[in-house]
Design a binder for this molecule. Structure first.
Ligand SMILES: C[S@@+](CC[C@H](N)C(=O)[O-])C[C@H]1O[C@@H](n2cnc3c(N)ncnc32)[C@H](O)[C@@H]1O
Length: 365
C-alpha cells in the first residue's frame, strides 16, 4: 500500500480520518490503519487495506440471489453448483427449478416487493459469509478461498494475463473500452476512483490509456477482485500509482470532496442500492468532478441471466426497481440529478453478438 493513500482515507464505520499505526515497509504490507475511535482498526492484508464495516465479508455476493435467499445464498449456490457439475447452463436451469419450487413466480415478486419496503439500514445488509474452515478463527474478514485467489491474482504473471485478456476483449465485445478509458484519464492528473475492479478489464483499459500524473484507487468488496489491480500494477511496475482497496460502495472510505474522477465499468450494474451509491459518489467527488460509467442498456438482462421465470418485460423492470438495481439510463439520469450529478455526455454501443451498452459522463455541480 502506498503511504500517500492515507491522505484520502476515512473509516467506513465512524467517518474519522485513518492513519498508519507505524511507518515501516512491513506495516504498509500487513499492518493496520487506525482512526480516532476504538472501533476504527482496519487490517492491511498483503498491501491491500480492508476498509469494510466489521461485520462485512471481503467476498463477492450475489445481489440478485441475496434478496431471495439472504444468508443461505452461498450455501444454496454451492449446493446447485455441485449438483450440476459446475456446468453453467445446467446450473441456471436447476436454479430456476429451485426458485420455482421454493417460492413460485408470484412468491419471488412478493419477496422483491417486500424488500423494497425495508428501511435503508435493513437493505444495506451484506450476506456473504466466511468459509466453513475459517469459522473458528474469524478475526479476518477475508474468506480463506478469496485470500488464496487474491494471492495468485496479485502477481505480475496474472497481471500480464489480465492485460492480454483485455486486448482480446476489445476485439471481441469491449468496443467501448478505449472511449471509456480516454474519458477517465482525460485530465492526466488528480485522483481517479474505480468502482469495481472485478476481472480488471476496466482497470487495464484505464491504465493503458495513460494515467499521466494521476493516481488510481481501485475498489471492490471482493478481496480476490481487488488483488487484480495489484497484479496489473506489478506487471507494469506502476504500484506507486495504483491503490487497490477492499470496500463496499455503500460506505466509500474516502474523504468528502477529495476525488477528481469516479469511474465504473459494469460496477453499478452488479450492485444493489444504486441510489445510496450515487449519494456516496457525489459525496467524495470534488465540485466539477466527473462520474464516468458503462452499463448495459437493458437493465433487465442481469436478472434474466441469473434466473429466468418468464416474467413479462414490465415485471422484470419492476423487479429492478424493487431491488434498487440499475434500472436503465433514464432512471440513472434522474436519480443522479438528485445528488447534483448532471448528465454531460452519453453514447450507446451496439457490438455484434453482445448486449447494447451505454457510456455516460456525469458532472458534479
Ligand atoms: C462485473 S464486476 C466489474 C467488472 C470490472 N470492472 C471489469 O471491467 O472487469 C462487478 C464487481 O462489483 C463488485 N461489487 C458488487 N457490489 C459491490 C459493492 N456494493 N461494493 C463493492 N463491490 C461490489 C463485485 O465484487 C464484482 O467484483
Amino acid at each position: 500500500m502506498n503511504k500517500y493513500l492515507q491522505d484520502y482515507l476515512i473509516s467506513p464505520v465512524t467517518n474519522y480520518p485513518l492513519h498508519f499505526t507505524n511507518g515501516t515497509v512491513e506495516d504498509l504490507e500487513n499492518g493496520q490503519l487506525k482512526g480516532n475511535d476504538l472501533l476504527d482498526v482496519f487490517s492491511i492484508v498483503n498491501g491491500i487495506p480492508i476498509l469494510l464495516p466489521h461485520n462485512h465479508i471481503a467476498d463477492y455476493n450475489h445481489n440478485i440471489m441475496d434478496i431471495l435467499f439472504k444468508d443461505r445464498t452461498a450455501e444454496i449456490s454451492a449446493e446447485i453448483l455441485l449438483k450440476t457439475g459446475y456446468n453453467s447452463e445446467l446450473y441456471k436451469e436447476e436454479l430456476n427449478n429451485y426458485i420455482l419450487t421454493e417460492f413460485g413466480k408470484e412468491g419471488v415478486f412478493k419477496i422483491y416487493e417486500e424488500y423494497s419496503k425495508l428501511s435503508e439500514s435493513q437493505k444495506l445488509c451484506w450476506f456473504a459469509t466466511l468459509d466453513k474452515d475459517q469459522k473458528k478463527d474469524n478475526k479476518t474478514q477475508i474468506p480463506s478461498s478469496s485470500l488464496k485467489d487474491g494471492l495468485t491474482r496479485s502477481t505480475a504473471e496474472t497481471g500480464k494475463k489480465r492485460l492480454e485478456m483485455t486486448d482480446e476483449m476489445i476485439h471481441k465485445w469491449a468496443c467501448h473500452l478505449n472511449d471509456y478509458a480516454n474519458l477517465v484519464t482525460q485530465q492526466k492528473s488528480g485522483v481517479i476512483v474505480e468502482l469495481a475492479t472485478g476481472s480488471g478489464f476496466g482497470t487495464c483499459g484505464v491504465i493503458n490509456s495513460g494515467l499521466g500524473n494521476s493516481t488510481l484507487i481501485s475498489i471492490d468488496i471482493d478481496y480476490a477482485a481487488a488483488a487484480n489491480a495489484e497484479g496489473i500494477a506489478k506487471y507494469l511496475k506502476i504500484n506507486d500509482k495504483v491503490n487497490p482497496i477492499v470496500a463496499n460502495f455503500w460506505y466509500l472510505p474516502l474523504k468528502n470532496n477529495s476525488i477528481d474522477t469516479v469511474c465504473s465499468h459494469y460496477g453499478l450494474d452488479e450492485s444493489r442500492e444504486i441510489t445510496h451509491i450515487l449519494a456516496e459518489i457525489s459525496r467524495v467527488l470534488k465540485s466539477g468532478g466527473k462520474f464516468i460509467n458503462v452499463s448495459r442498456k437493458d437493465p433487465t438482462l442481469r436478472i434474466k441471466q441469473s434466473f429466468d421465470l418468464n416474467f413479462c418485460e414490465d415485471e422484470y423492470v419492476k423487479l429492478t426497481h424493487f431491488a434498487g438495481f440499475y434500472s436503465g439510463m433514464d432512471d440513472l439520469k434522474n436519480e443522479a440529478e438528485g445528488y447534483n450529478l448532471i448528465l454531460d455526455y452519453c453514447k450507446e454501443y451496439t457490438p455484434n453478438g453482445s448486449h447494447e451498452r451505454i457510456l455516460s459522463v456525469f458532472k458534479k455541480i
